[in-house]
Design a protein around this ligand. Structure first.
Ligand code: AMP
Length: 397
């Protein structure tokens, strides 16, 4: 897949209407609807400011939540328009619809340096279906399409991919950064490339392990997915997370790593507990001999030391998935130690979105990583080597 895509700097946007797909899918207070974390709006500012400064008239759009093609007032983007206006320090004109009369009228009258926001794209069933008529209607509002919502590039929706059939399509700065750093790490990594994979399930990372075996020098496996590997290699795992139907796959991956000369490290010790709870008493055991009635909850100190050593020698580290149940303080040390090792390393450090990004932020290391991906599912599919529809549709450089 080609990651060398045209960006907003490669097109003349002066006096043009620019449709900018942002990720304004912000968390909201369930009772009041108030925005509880505006990071995603803040993240969109550099691209939006650049477009406005260059003399574009900007038509921003996004989805919010899962209205499933129905109009739901609680998922209106009106509060986002207001917050965006405060952050930009200028009025954000809000369209009461997406491609209807209100949006069309406001878009037609929009002047260079002005910005408007369309209503929640997913209120229209055509968005997630990638309906060509809806994509065309969106495109008809503008002259240029800018894609800056990395969190949705793995989806072929009207606003993330379909619209590019009708307009010149380029990336904004957020996507440019994702492509440069993650694309670079996969295509020509500073070696050794160490991949750390954790999280709950082997099955959700199958494609990633498979793809990374072709590019990584070392793969470290932690988290809930390690127990299926341990069992596959003859260990006992007590009541730990286990995917029986993935045992063969795990053996295959270990064999493939050997054949390719990829160092494949599994935990050697495990912190386990009698029950899955925050106040469970941690017990340290051999990773291949978790007693009956005990479940693995985190990697142990020997594993932490071995994994940390691998990170210290790395040129590039890609991390996706926590090492243990980091939400419980007694079982957060594995994840914390790895986050610290990444923060202190000279390597290029890339943290996948979703839970790993949340863990790094919660542990206070977010600003010490080279890059934290803004897309959970998207960054996984990226690491799987899959073609991302929202990237493939952009103009090549
Ligand atoms: P994922 O979304 O696949 O990255 O999984 C993240 C989740 O995996 C987090 O909520 C962790 O609590 C959970 N997790 C990590 N290690 C374990 C474990 N040993 N047992 C159960 N859950 C785990």
């Amino acid at each position: 897949m080609n990651y060398n895509k045209k960006t907003v700097r490669d097109v003349d946007v002066k006096g043009k209407k620019v449709l900018c797909r942002c990720d304004f899918n912000v968390p909201q207070d369930k009772a009041t609807g108030a925005i509880t974390d505006d990071q995603r709006i803040v993240a969109a500012l550099p691209t939006l400011r650049y477009l406005l400064e260059q003399g574009a008239a900007v038509i921003a759009c996004s989805h919010l939540g899962k209205p499933k093609g129905e109009w739901k007032q609680s998922l209106s983007l009106a509060p986002v328009a207001q917050r965006l206006g405060q952050l930009l320090g200028q009025e954000v004109i809000f369209a009461q619809d997406i491609v209807g009369e209100d949006a069309q009228g406001k878009a037609a009258g929009l002047q260079p340096g002005q910005i408007m926001l369309l209503e929640n794209l997913r209120f229209d069933p055509g968005e997630e279906k990638n309906d060509p008529a809806f994509a065309k209607a969106l495109a008809s509002l503008a002259d240029i399409y800018v894609s800056d919502a990395f969190g949705t590039v793995h989806r072929a929706h009207a606003s993330t991919a379909g619209v590019a059939a009708y307009l010149p399509a380029v990336s904004g700065f957020l996507i440019q950064k994702e492509l440069e750093i993650m694309g670079g790490a996969i295509a020509h990594p500073k070696r050794p490339l160490v991949a750390i994979l954790g999280g709950a399930k082997v099955s959700s990372k199958i494609g990633v392990i498979h793809n990374l075996l072709d590019v990584a020098d070392t793969i470290l496996i932690g988290g809930g997915m390690a127990y299926t590997f341990a069992k596959a290699l003859g260990g006992s795992v007590g009541t730990s997370l286990l995917e029986e139907d993935r045992l063969d796959y795990c053996r295959e991956m270990v064999d493939k790593a050997k054949a390719k000369g990829v160092e494949f490290l599994l935990p050697v010790d495990t912190l386990c507990a009698a029950q899955f709870s925050a106040d469970a008493q941690p017990e340290l055991v051999d990773a291949m001999a978790i007693p009956d009635g005990r479940m693995g909850m985190d990697i142990g100190p020997k594993t932490i030391a071995r994994f940390t050593q691998a990170v210290q020698g790395a040129g590039t580290v890609i991390w996706n998935g926590p090492m243990g149940v980091f939400e419980f303080p007694a079982f957060a040390e594995g994840t914390r130690a790895l986050a610290r090792a990444l923060a202190e390393s000279e390597a290029i450090t890339i943290v996948g979105g979703g839970d790993s990004a949340a863990a790094v932020a919660q542990l206070g290391y977010a600003d010490r990583m080279t890059h934290i991906s803004t897309g959970g599912g998207a960054s996984l599919e990226f690491l799987e080597g899959k073609e991302l529809p929202g990237v493939a549709c952009l103009l090549d450089k």
